[in-house]
Design a binder for this molecule. Structure first.
Ligand code: TK8
Length: 339
């Protein structure tokens, strides 16, 4: 940027102009290399979305930006990613919103079970006012929220028995994400929840340290959980968003034009990622069945029992997070349903 020396009021001040005031706009895109880390495999829609992001950003910066992609938590698990971004050792990352709730508690509203009936409802809330309110809470923590991608509706797998009733949860040692709402929900169901980083789950399942885990179908298939988990229960108990974040330390050093290129690519690649994820979700169910997993549905009647048991847990968390925000989310879901 340009340093101007301003004379006035008898004092001499130095003013730094922002890049957008510069005479040559082309100069506001500099040659940059940055890292984007994602938790899941290259084959998963998250990995594919990251590739799409790289393509768009490199093209729209006329080749000035160079994005290095890291899959499978190579730069660290979700919690580590948050620290890396805050510290500025990693520029960009995609994680589930759930582990972010220990940094910004309001993200916990997306861990409330059975809020959304389908992906479209989730998009309305995430891309609307509620989603934006939450993104706006990140900069004061050294993070920039650029948009929501999709992890998706979670289903339960385990090695003991089919889970089709409330009773069936009792005593199951289930890995949860590091997140208070998830922990309390599975405790209320009578399970024995163990929070654990995603990268440790396969080994823990394989060695029977834990009985089960819950994740969207594409993760269960692509990360081969079916090889160590015979039972899949279609609980669809909660929708987990992915959040695409930047390090504030990195972001603050970018020109407006550079920020725009990255921001727009997050949204465009996100559209692609969400569509692909819905396709992968459908295909994964067929593939998991074909691979021999025993799949069962959970009846609406049992789901009502489950909801009743976890109701006090959600009420407690709503109070801690803030009733205004939770009420707003429910109101927006109702509005989306009426459309
Ligand atoms: C991957 C995680 C994963 C999440 C989990 O980094 O931890 O189970 O569902 O997708 O974000």
């Amino acid at each position: 940027s340009i340093i101007l020396t301003v004379f006035g009021c008898g004092s001499q001040k130095t003013v730094e102009t922002s890049a957008k005031n510069k005479a040559e706009p082309a100069d506001s895109i500099q040659e940059r290399r940055f890292k984007l880390g994602v938790g899941l495999d290259e084959k998963h829609s998250e990995g594919q979305g990251a590739q799409k992001f790289k393509e768009i950003v490199e093209k729209n910066s006329n080749g000035k930006f160079n994005v290095s992609l890291y899959y499978n938590n190579q730069l660290g698990d979700d919690k580590q990613t948050i620290d890396n971004l805050i510290g500025g050792t990693q520029e960009l990352g995609v994680i589930s919103t759930s582990p972010l709730a220990s940094t910004v508690k309001e993200f916990g509203i997306f861990d409330f079970p059975f809020v959304f009936n389908n992906e479209q409802e989730a998009y309305t809330i995430l891309d609307g006012e509620v989603g934006k309110t939450l993104l706006d809470k990140l900069p004061s923590h050294g993070l920039i929220g650029l948009g929501y991608w999709e992890n998706g509706f979670r289903n339960l797998t385990n090695s003991k028995h089919p889970v089709s009733t409330l009773e069936d949860f009792k005593g199951l040692k289930i890995r949860t994400m590091p997140n208070k709402v998830h922990l309390d929900v599975f405790s209320a169901l009578g399970a024995n929840p163990t929070p654990m980083a995603f990268s440790e789950v396969f080994t823990a399942l394989d060695s029977k340290t834990i009985d089960g885990q819950e994740n969207p179908l594409p993760t269960i298939e692509i990360h081969k959980f079916n090889e160590v988990q015979p039972y899949l229960s279609m609980t669809n108990h909660v929708y987990t968003p992915f959040i695409f974040m930047a390090s504030k330390k990195f972001w603050d050093g970018l020109s407006d034009e550079e920020k725009k290129i990255i921001q727009e690519a997050v949204i465009e690649a996100g559209k692609y990622q969400r569509e692909l994820n819905i396709e992968q979700n459908k295909k994964s169910l067929e593939n998991l069945k074909a691979a021999g997993m025993q799949v069962n549905e959970v009846s609406d009647e049992e789901k009502e029992k489950i909801k009743a048991v976890i109701k006090p847990v959600i009420e407690q968390h709503s109070k801690e997070i803030g009733e205004d925000l939770t009420q707003k989310m429910y109101a927006e879901v109702e509005k989306a349903r009426k459309k």
